[in-house]
Design a protein around this ligand. Sequence first.
Ligand SMILES: [Zn+2]
Length: 130
Amino acid sequence: MARREFTPMVYAQIVHRASNAQGRLTCEGCGLVLGRKAYHVDHTKPDGLEVDKTRKLTAEDGKVLGVECCHKPKTKTDVAQIAEAKRREAKHLGMTTRQPSRFPGSKASGLKKTIDGRVIDRATGEEIRR
Ligand SMILES: [Zn+2]
């Protein structure tokens, strides 16, 4: 489903809430007075993590973030969180793409190389080659 957007009314409510007593817009992430600086009304909870996408967005679902001070760093975190959630779900469903390391000589290779140069199968203890 497409990413939900804030309605103009909800958007205005968020911007109003983020304005200080002097009517200046402030960043709700760090409190910086934004003035004319670029800002973004951010989804407090990344939309990719939202389960019920039919629920209407309210002013509680968004906050004003300065683009430079908070929005750019947060976007990176969101992407990482969504990727992590997808990995967890894939693992839960029994899908895995990660293979054990086959780096020669690692324990996962199943082989052991002795100090005198022989290669031994860890499972059977048999020598593979000289
Ligand atoms: Zn900020």
